[in-house]
Write a protein that binds this ligand. Structure first.
Ligand code: NAD
Ligand code: TYD
Length: 365
């Protein structure tokens, strides 16, 4: 039986991971350490047999106490400030949590595990954004692609990756790192492209497309990501880095058109949706795509990300199972079936976010 400390486990990917891990390792003990920032939601863990400790990863004393009292042997580190747009508007929180927070965790882990001679694993969850941006013809990111982060978010994640690497090489901390592409799926806070555009569609609000909408991302269903992390924990080599991708490179406009078409199809097939969401264009017989609105581009917007996950496939037998179309349809279904989650949340998450909408989204044409 293992005892896991999952940081950021009340957020999007962390909560999905806790659910995935407990369904495959029901005898393990899972403690979640989460500060419950705007992105964290205790309701994400309601149905799971995990203990939630509300606290900050920068609190080294608290982390040490948890390592001791819960006999933690595995840390899976998700906690982060995770949205590029927010990092452009206010980078400080990204340095605080992603860099200093990761370092506080590493210090506590080293002291308790390495100095104490205890078997352990520290798994660090990172992003493909640390590798920078690709041209249309560049090969996909490999684990040995040089780092070239372009946003305060990706720079802070790159710094945390380097600290994890250094703690392995210098102190012998038993680490692994995974760098994944853009996730989507249940429980994603509606500031990110897919849930934001879905909920805007249902409310009849504009879909703010940055620049020309031809930026490419490699979409990864969160369940596939969780499988990938579990494979690294179970079969990954210590000190190694593994890229995890979904094999679904798509331009933003293609993602948005697929989403709009699926919403239109569902409204045509299920008349009750028209009553539930009367402001949606699809409720009035109009295409959801009529809400598309081109707005000023994000500063420093990376053009293309693509992941080469050949190493994870070869060494770990990792395979993404969701196609983008089926994964997106399942995700839309989940949001339709969990309206109280996105309307409520710990502090009315979606509503609060939309009311405090922090980005000036002026149409450019
Ligand atoms: P999220 O923003 O949904 O959740 C982050 C969680 O961390 C929240 O529950 C928040 O309350 C918690 N948190 C923030 N600061 C904290 C602190 N100081 N102490 C304790 N908890 C704190 O993020 P996500 O999308 O689930 O991402 C999880 C991880 O995966 C992050 O490290 C992110 O960089 C990485 N990642 C995400 C994506 C993606 O597409 N979402 C892609 C690549 C990598
Ligand atoms: P996002 O979900 O913010 O993830 P990331 O910036 O980490 O890739 O954005 C995904 C893509 O969608 C990215 O190219 C930016 C674009 N985007 C928009 O065009 N409009 C939006 O309102 C948002 C949130 C994102």
């Amino acid at each position: 039986m293992a005892s896991l400390l999952v940081t950021g486990g009340a957020g999007f990917i962390g909560a999905n991971f806790v659910g995935h891990w407990l369904s495959t390792h029901p005898d393990d003990r899972v403690t979640v350490l989460d500060l419950l920032t705007y992105a964290g939601n205790r309701a994400n863990l309601d149905h799971l047999a995990a203990e939630l400790v509300v606290g900050d990863i920068r609190d080294e004393r608290l982390v040490t106490e948890l390592l001791q009292t819960r006999a933690i042997d595995t840390i899976v580190h998700f906690a982060a400030e995770s949205h590029v747009d927010r990092s452009i508007l206010g980078p400080d929180a990204f340095i605080e949590t992603n860099v200093l927070g990761t370092h506080a965790l590493l210090k506590a882990a080293r002291q308790h595990w390495v100095d104490g001679g205890r078997p352990h694993r520290f798994h660090h969850v990172s992003t493909d954004e640390v590798y920078g941006t690709l041209s249309p013809t560049d090969p996909a990111f490999r684990e040995d692609t040089p780092y070239a982060p372009n946003s305060p978010y990706s720079a802070s994640k790159a710094a945390s990756d380097h600290l994890v690497r250094a703690y392995h090489h210098t102190y012998g901390l038993q680490t692994t790192t995974s760098n994944c592409s853009n996730n989507y799926g249940p429980y994603q806070f509606p500031e990110k492209l897919i849930p934001l555009f879905l909920l805007n569609t249902l409310a009849g609000r504009p879909l703010p497309i940055y620049g020309d909408g031809q930026q490419v991302r490699d979409w990864l269903h969160v369940e596939d990501h969780c499988h990938g992390i579990a494979a690294v924990l179970e079969r990954g080599r210590i000190g190694e880095v593994y890229n995890i991708g979904g094999g679904a490179e798509m331009a933003n406009l293609a993602v948005i058109d697929t989403l709009c078409a699926e919403v239109d199809r569902l409204f045509a097939a299920e008349p009750a949706l028209k009553e539930r969401f009367p402001d949606a264009p699809a409720a009035k017989g109009l295409p959801s795509a009529s809400l598309k609105s081109f707005v000023t581009d994000r500063p420093g917007h990376d053009r293309r990300y693509a992941i080469d996950c050949e190493k994870a496939m070869r060494e770990l037998d990792y395979r993404p199972r969701h196609s983008f179309e089926s994964g997106l349809a399942a995700t839309i279904r989940w949001y339709l079936d969990h309206e109280s989650w996105w309307r409520g949340g710990q502090d009315g998450s979606y509503r609060a976010f939309m009311q405090a909408n922090y980005r000036d989204r002026q149409p450019v044409a």
